[in-house]
Design a protein around this ligand. Structure first.
Ligand code: C2E
Ligand code: MG
Ligand code: MG
Ligand code: MG
Length: 282
């Protein structure tokens, strides 16, 4: 089924011939097989609204059930997917999985958006925006439940195409966030060029907080920058109560991290969502 799905996506009118995986320089048969054999699974990590203490959406994170090596995290396969172009069909698979899961998430009381990571390589697909729109329509996804997470590497490629793709999708009601904010070379320039709703403070800036005065100052600066630009701000990688207290004192809007929950499979995520109505996360 996955193969048929990918072949549909690989039809010339939807995706350029550059995405025929077998002709890509870094073609990796194991990864292609993994996509065909449904070896990928989406995990979800909830986000917490720091004002209300309730869940407000989640980030979708891909895992690979490798037949020999067990459950692999993205660092083991996303770079190879990017260099081989497989990230393009994988990215559409992610969106399709989120679309299939949204009705049960809504039934469990989902509020907010599901963040989907978009790799710079996906922007080399000239049909990225129309394909995303088509999949959203086919699965009746509500744009208000979707957010795409960008990193500044998206800028290295074709800035015009990036801007037109982002504005086309924004017009549909999808939001965009800037992931790993502060770690790149041109984060500010992305902010200036694109309709970004949310900044995600990179985990590295939360290390040593409270106590590390440089990191404290950087986190404060990002939060006030976001607010002065009328954007939301999420802290990623919150592991301790002390980090959380610091963020709340600085008026950070949302947080995500092991302190609340690790990324979990869909079923436990639905359980988290439905119990969160009886019990607040904070
Ligand atoms: P990211 O988008 O910045 O995702 C956040 C990463 O931080 C996730 O790692 C998450 O598990 C981890 N994390 C969250 N809270 C904590 C915490 O409290 N402590 C620690 N130590 N880590 C925490 P993960 O799942 O390994 O993903 C790594 C990266 O792989 C992601 O970084 C994202 O850039 C990429 N990635 C994951 N799934 C996809 C995907 O479907 N498509 C694309 N293009 N990239 C993906
Ligand atoms: Mg992300
Ligand atoms: Mg990040
Ligand atoms: Mg990252």
């Amino acid at each position: 089924r996955a193969l048929r799905y990918c072949c549909q996506l690989l039809q010339p009118h939807t995706v350029t011939p550059a995405y025929n995986p077998t002709v890509e320089p870094g073609y990796d048969p194991a990864l292609w097989r993994a996509l065909q054999h449904q070896e990928f699974e989406l995990y979800y990590q909830p986000r917490i609204n720091l004002r209300t203490g309730t869940f407000c959406g989640a980030e979708a994170l891909t895992r690979w059930h490798h037949p020999k090596r067990g459950l692999l995290s993205p660092d083991h396969f996303i770079p190879a997917c990017e260099s081989s172009g497989l990230i393009v069909p994988l990215g559409y698979w992610v969106l399709q999985e989120v679309g299939a899961a949204l009705p049960s998430m809504q039934a469990a009381g989902l509020e907010g958006r599901i963040g989907i990571n978009l790799s710079f390589r996906q922007f080399q697909d000239r049909q990225l925006a129309p394909t995303i729109e088509r999949l959203m329509q086919q699965q009746h996804m509500d744009a208000r439940n979707l957010e795409f997470e960008l990193t500044e590497t998206a800028l290295y490629h074709d800035e015009k195409h990036l801007c037109s793709t982002v504005s086309q999708l924004s017009d549909q009601g999808v939001e965009f966030s800037l992931d790993d904010f502060g770690t790149g070379y041109s984060s500010f320039s992305l902010l200036q060029k694109l309709p970004i709703a949310t900044l995600k403070i990179d985990k590295s800036f939360l290390d040593g907080i409270p106590g590390n005065s440089d990191n404290e100052e950087i986190v404060r600066a990002i939060i006030s920058l976001a607010h002065n630009l009328n954007k939301q701000v999420i802290a990623e990688g919150v592991e301790t109560r002390a980090q959380l207290d610091f963020l709340m004192r600085q008026d950070c809007d949302q947080a995500q991290g092991y302190f609340f929950s690790r990324p979990v499979a869909l079923t436990p995520f639905l359980n988290l969502l439905s119990t969160s109505h009886r019990q607040q996360a904070l």
